[in-house]
Design a protein around this ligand. Structure first.
Ligand code: GTP
Ligand code: MG
Length: 195
């Protein structure tokens, strides 16, 4: 897949702000600070089109990135950071649910986790939620630059077990920082939007 153009098309807080559902979309969910926005930047080869931050909770809306005027990558708000009220958590769930329930052009929702850590209870809930919508269940194990390659297998095993994944091929070690497996990811995206 060649990235010819990319632009932030829409930042949406509510359903009526979404762009027209005329293009295939792939959405990315995951814990706050896991690197969802960085992932999108890496894939589209832009330094900071998707705003990132070392402080969790940066993305709190549904952000639609239009790629090549052909498809969209969708940055979902992160969950699970500590300093958040109950109301805010409920609000988060509503934002995600509204998005998942109302996108007939949503081809896949992909979970991003941190390859260094066992997925949290929230990750498991999010993953089960994704599966309940009949998505394939791809997982990106980000920040792979932070561990040595010899540890990939052990850590992937932990992620598989925690999320109850049987098929190893569903999990792709990745690094936005070092662009580990970036070609595989771009190919995967191309395959998804072809359907
Ligand atoms: P929210 O918007 O809060 O949900 O976070 P996010 O998931 O979008 O995370 P973001 O992309 O803002 O990245 C969070 C922090 O992790 C930033 O400081 C990034 O530089 C860092 N980061 C993201 N991906 C990687 C990676 O592959 N390797 C390393 N070493 N750092 C990364
Ligand atoms: Mg973000």
């Amino acid at each position: 897949m060649k990235i010819k153009s990319s632009r932030l098309e829409t930042i949406a807080a509510t359903l009526n702000q979404y762009p027209v559902d005329d293009l295939p979309e792939i959405a990315f969910a995951g814990r706050s600070n896991v690197g969802k926005s960085s992932f999108i930047n890496a894939v589209i080869n832009r330094k900071n089109l998707a705003r990132t931050s070392s402080k969790p909770g940066k993305t709190r809306t549904v952000n639609f990135y239009n790629i090549n005027e052909e498809f969209r990558l969708v940055d979902l708000p992160g969950y699970g950071y500590a300093a958040v009220s109950k109301t805010e958590k409920e609000n988060w769930a509503k934002i995600i649910e509204t998005y998942l329930n109302n996108r007939k052009n949503l081809y896949e929702t992909i979970l991003i986790v941190d390859i260094r850590h066992k997925p949290t209870e929230n990750d498991k809930q999010m993953y089960d939620w994704i599966l309940s919508y009949d998505f394939t269940g791809f997982v990106i194990a980000n920040k792979a630059d932070k561990i040595s390659k010899s540890k990939f297998k052990t850590n992937i095993d932990i992620i598989m077990k925690a999320l109850n994944i049987k098929d190893r091929d569903l999990i792709i070690p990745f690094s936005s920082e070092k662009k580990i497996n970036i070609d595989i990811i771009r190919e995967q995206i191309e395959n998804i939007i072809k359907y």
